[in-house]
Design a protein around this ligand. Structure first.
Ligand SMILES: [Mg+2]
Length: 233
């Protein structure tokens, strides 16, 4: 194997427990919804999102003064529960999470083996980047607020689906161009075989992340790692 010059990491199921979003982020948004809406009743961006959400999902006119708070919060809670991808809803949800990250009530989560590995790679001149379907600001929020402190100083760049879907080889070629490292010198780690296939098709070196809760890794040609300490270059 050639000496890698860059490491590209998936988040959910790789650096971070897969259920982080269900266990932490969704409940946080629900618990703080009322308080957030109270605090932002004059905030134009928040009100725009609310109008779009109500306009799209409710029979009630967004301009109807009788649209009660409970009706609005019930609607938003149902969208959180169904993991809706409606853009205005995702924007509102991100604003609620950001308020939590900013106040310190919400913290990012990574496995304990992640910070020492990222630091070791960084210190030996290997470029560390992140590629996740969560938005870049949401990725940065996770890594800047982990239980082990701010890890963003070790991370060179972040990619979300603006660079392309994670299951398409073209996306990995683009990332290789953007970080300026040949695909054959980039290691990609993910818990998704489809993502590894796409990266592999672009010439990346690939490792399948198998974390607790995924006890039966799909058998295949991908090298399995259960802990980042196994990735020694
Ligand atoms: Mg994943």
């Amino acid at each position: 194997m050639m000496q890698p010059k860059a490491v590209l990491l998936d988040i959910e199921g790789t650096t971070t427990p897969k259920d982080f979003v269900y266990r932490k982020l969704f409940p946080f948004a629900k618990e703080h919804l009322n308080e957030f809406l109270d605090a932002h009743s004059e905030d134009v961006e928040v009100q725009k999102c609310l109008s779009k959400i109500i306009g799209n999902y409710s029979q009630v006119s967004p301009h109807d003064k009788n649209t009660g708070r409970k009706e609005i919060t019930d609607l938003i809670v149902s969208l959180i529960d169904s993991d809706s991808k409606f853009t205005a809803f995702k924007e509102l949800e991100a604003m609620i999470w950001n308020s939590g990250y900013a106040s310190g009530e919400l913290k990012g989560e990574v496995y304990p083996d992640v910070p020492p590995a990222i630091k070791r790679w960084h210190d030996s001149g290997i470029v560390v980047s992140i590629y996740s379907s969560g938005s870049v600001p949401a990725q940065k929020a996770i890594f800047s607020t982990t239980q082990y402190g701010d890890l963003t100083r070790y991370i060179f760049s972040y990619f979300d689906t603006n660079v392309g879907p994670k299951n398409e080889p073209d996306s990995y070629e683009r990332i290789s161009g953007l970080i300026g490292v040949d695909p054959s010198r980039i290691v990609f780690v993910s818990d998704s075989v489809i993502e590894l296939q796409a990266a592999d098709a672009s010439g990346f070196m690939t490792y399948l992340s198998v974390r607790p809760g995924m006890e039966n890794p799909p058998n295949g040609k991908y090298r399995v790692i259960r802990n980042f300490s196994e990735l020694r270059f």
